[in-house]
Design a protein around this ligand. Structure first.
Ligand code: SF4
Length: 302
């Protein structure tokens, strides 16, 4: 088995958004953030085994020491990926200082934007966040920083995906991804209002892909299996997910891919007939346990 090559480092769970679909849920209220030194220790200990680190949380940029950590990671030679809601990047001074602290080693800033509709995005994030997030993305692309967008697919936002794709093309992002909601944490608590039927979302996802494709922007879809994505198979992100070691606040998962495939996703007995059986991971397991398998049709010819 290939070894993980990316370190996913969760710095803590504090965040300035309160997303209805957040997998972290209430952890921020009872698990303290890691200290600066704890984070530096992990970065130092892993530097010879991992070339790439994802600085994530919670929200990395709400930490007062985010620049110090970033500078330290860059100094150790990591290629750096940032996961963020991008709100603090709305402040030009913060944006400039952050990119300078990354010393040219920030490969991608992955920002979470849920909709091109302000009310929809604000509703889902539980905060008045839309304008800051869009401005933050704009500030980053304007400075030639590579930006990718992650959009969690929920009941509330999927109909806005064509408009969102148009906005993202205008903002000049390099990549965008639709990640089907993973029912954990707050998403579990809000399951009835959050979890959509895949067959309802897919036409809107495909329209978004078409818009991105036409503009030369890469688009991916996570946790929507191949049987829904006929004609769009190369956009299924499970084709490309790197091997990841997850260094979480309270535990370490050496091979996240193994856990994801064997304990977090599942396939139906009928999937054995499908041409994609060996490369498909199936949906997050909470999906068929909620809605069953009737929408999943094994693909028997391409
Ligand atoms: S293996 Fe199952 S879930 Fe995956 S594409 Fe085929 S039918 Fe769909």
């Amino acid at each position: 088995m290939a070894m993980p090559n990316r370190l996913d480092l969760k710095v803590g769970y504090r965040c300035n958004n309160y997303c209805k679909h957040c997998v972290i849920g209430d952890k921020r209220f009872f698990i303290p953030d890691r200290t600066t030194q704890q984070i530096k220790d992990v970065l130092y200990a892993e530097k010879d085994d991992y070339q790439e680190v994802v600085l994530t949380g919670g929200e990395f940029t709400v930490r007062n020491d985010c620049m110090e950590i970033l500078e330290y990671a860059a100094g150790l030679g990591y290629n750096i990926l940032i996961q963020t809601n991008a709100r603090r990047f709305a402040y030009s001074k913060f944006c400039d200082e952050f990119l300078a602290a990354g010393k040219g080693r920030i490969q991608t800033v992955t920002a979470a934007l849920l909709s091109a509709n302000e009310y929809c995005h604000n509703y889902l994030t539980g905060a008045n966040s839309y304008r800051q997030t869009v401005k933050g993305i704009y500030n980053l692309t304007k400075r030639k920083q590579s930006v990718s967008i992650n959009t969690v697919v929920t009941k509330t936002n999927f109909r806005t995906f064509p408009d969102l794709a148009t906005l993202l093309v205008r903002l000049g992002v390099d990549v965008f991804q639709y990640a089907f909601v993973h029912v954990l944490g707050s998403a579990d608590k809000n399951i009835l209002s959050v979890l959509p039927k895949k067959s309802l979302c897919v036409p809107y996802i495909k329209k978004g892909i078409d818009i991105g494709r036409k503009a030369g922007v890469q688009v991916f879809v996570e946790a929507v299996p191949f049987c829904f994505m006929q004609g769009y198979e190369k956009h299924v992100s499970e084709n490309y997910i790197p091997h990841v070691k997850l260094n979480d606040v309270t535990n370490v998962v050496n091979d996240f891919e193994y856990i994801r495939k064997n304990f977090e996703k599942e396939k139906a007995p009928k999937c054995k007939k499908c041409l994609y059986y060996n490369i498909c991971e199936g949906p997050w397991l909470q999906y068929p346990r909620t809605y069953g398998w009737s929408e999943f049709e094994p693909v028997t010819k391409k």
